[in-house]
Design a protein around this ligand. Structure first.
Ligand code: NAP
Length: 350
């Protein structure tokens, strides 16, 4: 048996997040490793799944195990694992079928993992994978080039802070503009922003109109097209997902019943129609728009983030670290659902 963070049913109540005793997971293929978890990070998808927001595409088994981001030590390896050995410190965003990283142990494909640089602690490492890879893949999808101007909404959230740092140190953007509330201004500048707009004080769509070559939305505001130059490029990770995004969740999930498949087909038509309506402003400016869904990729994690972490160019901000107890989970999910974290929320498992 082992301890894992769970909900027993769909719930909006942070007190419903509990540490439960469950059968310990076992390796099911030769390419997997078991990790003894030291730290795990929360992401909004954890409370969204717990609330049932993804249930059309992703029917959940209960008790539902929570957490995608992990940092820990390899405690068992499958016979075909080539990149890691028992005792190695690793971090990664596990595939959906292995979700449940807020736990004493987790099984993961080695392809989802990267080695933790020697100078980096478990909590900092756990902060990176899901939000960091999302930022990287979104900026790639937006086609951000050296010397360009980037707009990122919510630059002090999980995805936002990695987007600022990557835009500066990896993509070589010239101007990096973001929206944060006033107390987060200095943090955003330190993370890589060159210009900060307080979204609570000013209408950012007005003061930044037509300034960005590429824009990344992390808060779900469809008006962000207004800051993009005509013929520019827009990416969102937080607006309404499109049908392809629902399919992406689908592929990683358990089989659907016949009625479940019908409901999913209807949902895809609905979100595609709603998305067409929401993005009419983008089309009017000939702005290319895409919704990005993260792909797990341990090698990209290593190639992109390890040099930045080792050099100290990227120091992930930790909003708060909580204990692996019922009280700790309740506080952590309360903070995550409030949507005003500065950087990442961590559970200290070991
Ligand atoms: N598509 C994907 O694959 C994918 C992957 C990762 C995340 N996501 C989604 O992306 C969104 C962001 O994720 P996250 O991990 O970055 O969330 P997060 O860390 O919870 O974001 C919190 C941040 O958002 C800021 N914020 C809230 N409202 C804002 C507004 N109107 N304007 C500017 N900033 C605002 C808050 O700053 P203040 O305190 O200043 O308000 C806070 O710093 C979530 O909806 C998540 O589900 C999608």
């Amino acid at each position: 048996m082992y301890k894992a963070a769970t909900v027993a049913r769909y719930t909006h109540d942070p007190a419903g997040f509990k540490v439960a005793e469950l059968p310990r997971p076992a390796l099911s293929s030769a390419t997997q490793v078991e990790i003894t978890v030291h730290a795990a990070a929360l992401n909004p998808i954890d409370f969204k799944r717990a609330e049932g927001m993804l249930s059309i595409a992703l029917p959940e088994p209960f008790p539902l195990k929570l957490g995608y981001d992990v940092a820990g030590v390899v405690s068992e390896v499958g016979s075909e694992v080539s990149r890691f050995s028992v005792g190695d410190r690793v971090y990664g965003r596990v595939h959906a079928e292995h979700a449940g990283t807020i736990a004493e142990y987790v099984v993961a494909e080695e392809s989802a993992l990267a080695p933790i640089p020697a100078s980096v602690g478990f909590e900092a490492a756990a902060a990176v994978p899901l939000a960091g890879l999302t930022a990287k893949q979104a900026l790639e999808a937006g086609g951000l080039q050296e010397g360009q101007t980037l707009f990122v909404s919510g630059g002090m959230g999980g995805v936002g802070m990695f987007a600022l740092a990557l835009a500066k140190h990896h993509f070589g953007a010239k101007e990096i503009i973001t929206t944060v509330s006033s107390k987060k201004r200095d943090g955003a500048l330190a993370m890589g922003a060159t210009r900060v707009v307080d979204y609570a004080q000013e209408d950012y769509t007005h003061v930044l109109a037509d300034t960005a070559d590429v824009a990344l939305d992390t808060v779900g505001d469809s008006a962000f097209y207004k800051v993009i130059k005509p013929n520019g490029s827009a990416v969102s990770v937080a607006m309404l997902p499109d049908g392809d995004a629902l399919d992406h969740f689908r592929q990683e999930a358990v089989p659907l019943s016949f009625m479940g498949s019908v409901k999913l087909a209807v949902a895809k038509s609905v979100v595609n129609c709603a998305g067409w309506f929401l993005t009419r402003g983008f089309r009017a400016k000939n702005v290319k728009y895409s919704f990005v869904v993260l792909r797990c990729d341990g090698e990209d994690l290593e190639k992109t983030f390890n040099p930045l972490l080792e050099s100290g160019k990227l120091v992930p901000l930790i909003s708060n670290s909580y204990e692996f107890t019922d009280e700790g989970l309740c506080s952590a999910f309360t903070e995550s659902r409030a949507g005003h974290a500065t950087g990442k929320i961590i559970i200290k498992v070991k």
